[in-house]
Design a protein around this ligand. Sequence first.
Ligand code: GTP
Ligand code: MG
Length: 297
Amino acid sequence: MHKSGFVNIIGNPNVGKSTLVNILVGERMAIISAKPQTTRHRMIGIVNGEDHQIVFSDTPGIIKEPHYAMQTNMNRYVFNSFEDADVVLFMTDMVEQYDEDHPLIEHLAKTDKPLFLIINKTDLSNEVEVMKRIQQWHKRLPNITETIPTSALNKVNTDVLVGLIVNLLPEGPAYYPKDQLTDRSERFFINEIIREKILLLYQQEIPYSVEVSTYSFKKARTKKKEPIINISTYVFVMRESQKAIMLGKDGAGIKQLGEQSRKDIESFLGKKVFLELTIKVRKNWRNDEKSLKRFGY
Ligand SMILES: Nc1nc2c(ncn2[C@@H]2O[C@H](COP(=O)(O)OP(=O)(O)OP(=O)(O)O)[C@@H](O)[C@H]2O)c(=O)[nH]1
Ligand SMILES: [Mg+2]
């Protein structure tokens, strides 16, 4: 008997959703950072076994009070993602506090899907505190069907989670070829790798004002006839002042960004890469529906 289904991971920013997906899939796919709102797009990560296929969706963290259209659109994917799930994983951690009127809780309370409570980052706490949290959550969400305390970072209980999911999945054929791990293109991952470096290298509003878009990807040969991939990418910012910050003194900022990104893209593609980054100003793109559409939001 073969089982298959869709499992959607939902929760606040920064609780470890993308970390969990990467651990489950066994590849570094989703980008991760210590800053909230790292993930902007819904993305699938596929876990394949001989007798099962689990299609996980990593989603952006829910933003309680969206400030611009991009955030509103990000929330929309998350609320939509309840509908096509066979199982909903609600992920929280041992650090965050929820307000009583958080919009996500109401949604979770109403879902008729199997609802798993994942309490992540147990490494930052102790058993007594974890038990307390579990009880609090069960009071607020009586429809929770399974509870799994995890430390995604240390792979604690992640196998247990997979076992519980497989038990619940309906019988059915694989939805994707068994060697496929995601639905996203190489270009998408290149953009994401660059955005991850921006999250690491720049502070304050810069990472949230940036969109990355690769417009050219060409296989070529170096003068020494070695294979190389030439990649050209735009980094859009919202204002001239942000462009100056990104360039840095004598271009040192963009140089560092380019070098760090190139190294990661090379190990992702397994090939040598020449990366050309160009910074462009696109005024207020985060609120412009046309730009958002073009960028896939
Ligand atoms: N201590 C600890 N840190 C963790 C654990 N899991 C993830 N983290 C860290 O938490 C931070 C956020 O992780 P992400 O996986 O990016 O979180 P996310 O929920 O996908 O965040 P958004 O994409 O912003 O919604 C990173 O710094 C991770 O290294 C864990 O089990 N323990
Ligand atoms: Mg994420």
